[in-house]
Design a protein around this ligand. Structure first.
Ligand code: ADP
Length: 366
């Protein structure tokens, strides 16, 4: 016991040790001074108590310890967030990590959880995703260029063309990645510039669908439902194109060959000064628990299709930021394994808006 306390007190992070107390339950055996400090009171009061009495785990799945169910060592190796109760019954958000000292001694680390930590983690994930995204096309470019240099004269013209096409495709992929990263950095620094114009949606969407269709390895059935008399939308043409391209490209990317992708646009039923654009697919869908994070930077959902298709998880973050910056909103409804609908709402290019913009332009010019 003496050794255990000494060992624990050398740790600067709050930690406690649990031991089994029978029928699959575990209780606090020892703790350190850092835990006293975090608790704002002596950990003595915790001796013999089960963690679920003073820690409410937020990530309920795989956290049997804190639900008082029998402990399964392997399921505890993950990290959870939870609410930790202090001596004065305040709740602080913490991150819990587990270490087995031996099969009957479980060490739990308890660290205050801050948004900064989440951001640091997101950045670490980002660097690893981006490095991977760079490495894959570079490896392919290098491989095919090497082959062409070494054996080019033995290959027939068709094979040579195929290899050069692969190199070009991978170079395009790198260009897209760099462009996305630059957009993200500009958006972060508020340096993106917007030039608003009235934009005819039907023509714009026809063009985007054609370009997405042309690049798909297998076809989708695109349906465009936009009436000819729909008023023009008020947006920056390049940025709107980027938004729609991302949504239509995703609808095709995360759905199956020959399934339907429908793009419709109409005056919003709730607000006549807005146009509502829906991009619907019959693809893999998005599980409900991922929906709140879907527009965050670098968020990608692990599913069989995401593993297959290229992406960095930047597209929807950019799409949302650009839509909001153009005075619009974006939202999503989705059913796992059935399909998703992304909706954007943007202002109609009313004569008043155009006149106001002209006036502002003249003032800036004067
Ligand atoms: P990327 O496609 O580059 O991974 P996005 O930001 O465009 O990045 O999308 C983030 C994640 O959201 C994707 O990895 C995918 O898992 C999910 N997603 C986006 N659009 C759809 C969709 N239409 N259907 C299902 N999942 C989607």
């Amino acid at each position: 016991m003496e050794d255990l306390s000494q060992f624990l007190n050398k740790l600067s992070t709050a930690a406690m040790i649990l031991e089994p107390i029978g029928s699959g339950q575990w209780a606090v055996k020892a703790w350190n001074q850092a835990l006293d400090a975090l608790r704002d009171g002596p950990g003595d009061a915790l001796r013999g108590r089960e963690p679920r009495n003073f820690i409410e785990v937020e990530t309920k799945a795989n956290a049997p310890l804190c639900q008082g169910k029998p402990v399964e060592p392997m399921t505890l190796l993950s990290i959870h967030t939870g609410l930790f109760e202090t001596a004065s019954q305040q709740q602080i958000r913490v991150k819990l990590k587990y270490d087995w000292l031996d099969e009957k001694t479980l060490l739990i680390w308890i660290e205050p959880f801050s948004e900064d930590m989440a951001l640091t983690q997101a950045h670490a994930d980002f660097v690893s995703t981006v490095s991977h995204e760079f490495r894959t096309p570079l490896t392919s470019i290098k491989g095919f260029a090497d082959t062409l240099l070494r054996y080019g004269s033995n290959l027939d013209v068709e094979q040579q063309k195929r290899f050069v096409n692969i190199i070009k495709h991978q170079a395009d992929r790198l260009t897209r990645l760099v462009e996305n990263l630059l957009t993200v950095s500009k958006l972060g620094a508020q340096k993106a510039q917007f030039i608003f114009r009235p934009i005819p949606l039907k023509r714009t969407i026809d063009r985007i669908v054609q370009s997405v269709e042309g690049k798909l390895p297998e076809p989708r059935e695109f349906k465009i439902q936009i009436s000819d008399d729909l008023p023009e939308v008020w947006a920056d043409p390049d940025k709107l194109e980027q938004v729609l391209l991302n949504l239509i490209d995703n609808a095709a990317k995360y759905s199956y060959p020959n399934s339907e992708v429908t793009i419709s646009a109409a005056i919003s039923a709730e607000d006549e000064s807005k146009i509502k654009i829906d991009v619907s697919d019959q693809g893999v869908g998005i599980p409900a628990e991922h929906l709140p994070n879907i527009f965050n930077k670098f968020s990608r959902i692990d599913n069989p299709l995401t593993r297959e298709v290229e992406g960095t998880g930047l597209g929807l973050y950019i799409t949302k930021s650009l839509t909001n910056a153009m005075g619009g909103q974006i939202y999503v409804t989705s059913e796992d394994k059935k399909g998703s609908t992304f909706t954007i709402v943007l202002p109609v290019a009313t004569p008043e808006r155009q006149a106001a913009a002209r006036l502002q332009g003249e003032e800036e010019f004067a």
